[in-house]
Design a protein around this ligand. Structure first.
Ligand SMILES: *Cc1c(COP(=O)(O)O)cnc(C)c1O
Ligand SMILES: [Zn+2]
Length: 443
């Protein structure tokens, strides 16, 4: 069976391009390009047969189908030869049953999809495996490409650098100087990327990289390039698969540039179109109060949209004031009866720390999502019987400065209610024993 996909203008003007063309926007109307698939060909296999195939491939050694992304290759990127796939067996991340936290907040069927349990520590791996594989195919086919490039709030550059290094393709990353975590900065450095730290914010880096990539030999890896969306859309499919093909009631997701929520929606819509599911979950987008253009637009029923100047937030990966996938995200929210809510610095830090106390290790963005979850429960939008999945976008270990700052009570605008600083003592039995009894009551 021959499966096919292509780029098509999102504004419905009908313009199409090959997946292997170096093009990021419609040359007729300026719209972004989505990857579209030949759904008729995909429909020739029954929903039950697709489910069986995806289940059977899960974690197999048969290259490259053991990857959560490439196990769904026909739905994602059928045009890349298996030998040009660049994969680290991303995906298939744990969906953590947040049993204790769920009971505390009155929603016992609460789950956290740990997308940060991945090679570079964030969900960005899901998209970059697809983009780098397509670039590797293009180079193999003789296209003149000398590098891949991106602007990043830290996680895209880490993933791009790792996958590019694995493929042997040079990578250029533009980072806002002093605005990414230490781990995020050192990742592309270690992987040999050309790291350019610019004295601006993410939106400033984005403007420069768009100019740089007018040179067609430097391929743009930001999420306005929808190849990444194709990989990221597997997260929604995987969540449903992990529940034996049952659809949850809510998915809560932290958002910045709005590519990931569009991807989440796209995967779920494709499942519905192809008959694997018969209903859709509701989606809640979570923003930082300090970078909230989608939230502000939501308050006007999406009638108005104004970019904002994003202010410094602990949730640095979503410190974005002018999201490139705004149109895509609004479309998604309308189809999924979506809501948008925001969280303050104090709320996000508190939510992350509270979840950590129940065994998680949340990055600040997951904190934003959890804080928004708590608000939606408090106002009765999410009900106690609902099955809720929170998307955790990165691993907490990438944000050690955030964790240390919290537990040392040094974060600005944060009351660290759950701070748990170490108790410093001399090496003395009596004092150590007393400290234990003070903290944990003797039975
Ligand atoms: C990229 C990123 C996001 C936001 O995803 P968008 O597609 O930009 O909306 C959220 N959290 C983390 C940790 C990220 O790296
Ligand atoms: Zn167009």
């Amino acid at each position: 069976m021959a499966y096919h996909c292509w780029f098509e203008c999102v504004r419905g003007c009908g313009r199409r391009y090959s997946i292997f063309d170096v093009v990021y926007q419609c040359e007729d109307c300026g719209g972004l390009l989505d990857v579209e698939h030949d759904l008729e060909a995909l429909k020739e296999r029954s929903p039950e047969a697709w489910k069986a195939l995806f289940d059977q491939r899960t974690r197999t050694n048969e290259w490259p189908y053991g990857s959560g992304v490439w196990g769904k290759k026909e739905w994602v990127m059928p045009l890349v030869d298996n030998e040009n796939v660049v994969s680290m067996y991303e995906g298939h991340t744990n969906c953590f049953w947040a049993e204790r936290l769920g009971k505390e907040v009155g929603v016992p069927d609460l789950w956290v999809k740990l997308c940060g349990n991945s090679h570079t520590g964030s969900f960005k791996d899901l998209g970059l495996t697809v983009l780098i594989s397509v670039v590797k195919q293009m180079i193999a086919d003789g296209k003149p490409i000398r590098a891949v490039a991106c602007a990043s709030t830290g996680d895209t550059s880490a993933a791009l650098a790792a996958y590019a290094a694995a493929a042997g393709i040079p990578a250029v990353v533009l980072l806002p100087k002093g605005k990414v975590s230490t781990a995020q900065l050192i990742q592309p450095i270690a992987n040999g990327a050309l790291v350019l730290a610019l004295d601006t914010d993410f939106d400033g880096c984005m403007r420069v990289v768009q100019e740089i990539t007018r040179d067609p030999t430097i391929y743009l890896a930001n999420s306005m390039n929808s190849l990444r969306i194709e990989g990221q859309k597997t997260v929604g499919i995987e969540i449903v698969q992990q529940f034996d093909w049952e659809v949850p009631d809510w998915i809560v997701i932290p958002v910045g540039n709005l590519g990931n929520v569009s991807a989440l929606g796209k995967g779920l819509l494709m499942m519905k179109e192809l008959g694997l599911i018969d209903r859709l979950p509701r989606i809640a987008c979570a923003q930082s109060e300090r970078a909230n253009p989608l939230y502000l637009s939501y308050l006007t029923g999406f009638k108005e949209y104004r970019p904002v100047q994003a202010r410094k937030t602990l949730a640095s990966a979503i410190q974005i004031g002018d999201p490139v996938s705004y149109e895509r995200a609004v479309k998604t929210l309308r189809l999924f009866n979506g809501v948008v809510e925001q969280a303050s610095e104090d709320e996000l830090a508190d939510a992350a720390a509270r979840a950590d106390r129940t065994g998680m290790y949340c990055c600040p963005h997951t904190g934003v999502a959890l804080a928004v979850l708590f608000k939606l429960i408090a106002r009765g939008e999410i009900k106690s019987s609902d099955r809720v999945i929170v998307i955790s976008t990165a691993h907490g270990l990438k944000f050690t400065d955030f964790k240390v700052g919290y537990h040392e009570r040094k974060l600005e605008d944060v009351i660290a209610r759950h701070a748990n600083p170490p108790v410093e003592l001399p090496p003395d039995y009596e004092q150590v024993s007393r400290a234990i009894d003070r903290a944990i009551r003797p039975l």
